[in-house]
Design a protein around this ligand. Structure first.
Ligand code: HEC
Length: 140
């Protein structure tokens, strides 16, 4: 958006200047993305179930939910707090979300077998129980 605005307002030389600036700008954004929004992995000694271990990337290197949802599920800039989502979902809907990957979430289809999917869902359900007052819940 920024580049488009410049290109339409500026002269030819402005455009090439902004093109030259593009590399440092993207580098900065990437740096911020990695440093600023990465979730914190729950330490192994505080993990209490197989589902929590999976969520925290302790079991499979390609299953790292904590990176976007934080180790405790309360979310980061990359992914919403599951405390606001899980209470509104049925177990089947949780499984479907993990398999499909809504919005900017990647699909985990084929990366989790049935038992792992169950363990993950059970941990999420236990952590964020289904309530009728989900909208009023005072979770973070
Ligand atoms: C790359 C970041 C990222 C990763 C990794 C990730 N998620 Fe998500 N997740 C998201 C985003 C973004 C959303 C919100 C999607 C939307 O509603 O637009 C989301 C939404 C969800 C939801 C709510 C779906 C709904 O219908 O409200 C659940 C449940 C969920 N994620 C579970 C997980 C689990 C479990 C894992 C690991 C297997 C995981 N996520 C890995 C980014 C991520």
């Amino acid at each position: 958006m920024r580049f488009r605005r410049r290109a339409s307002e500026g002269t030819r030389s402005d455009v090439s200047m902004s093109a030259r600036r593009r590399v440092p700008v993207w580098g900065l954004l990437l740096g911020l993305g990695i440093a600023g929004c990465a979730g914190t992995q729950t330490p192994p000694e505080r993990i209490s179930s197989p589902g929590e271990a999976l969520f925290n990337g302790r079991v499979k290197t390609d299953v790292t939910c904590y990176r976007c949802h934080n180790g405790d599920g309360t979310g980061t800039l990359r992914g919403p707090s599951l405390a606001r989502r899980i209470p509104k979902l049925t177990d089947d809907e949780i499984v479907a979300a993990i398999a499909e990957g809504p919005g900017f979430m990647p699909s985990f289809k084929g990366k989790l077998d049935d038992a792992e999917m169950k363990a993950l869902t059970a941990w999420l359900r236990g952590r964020f129980p289904k309530t009728n007052e989900a909208d009023n819940a005072s979770y973070p």
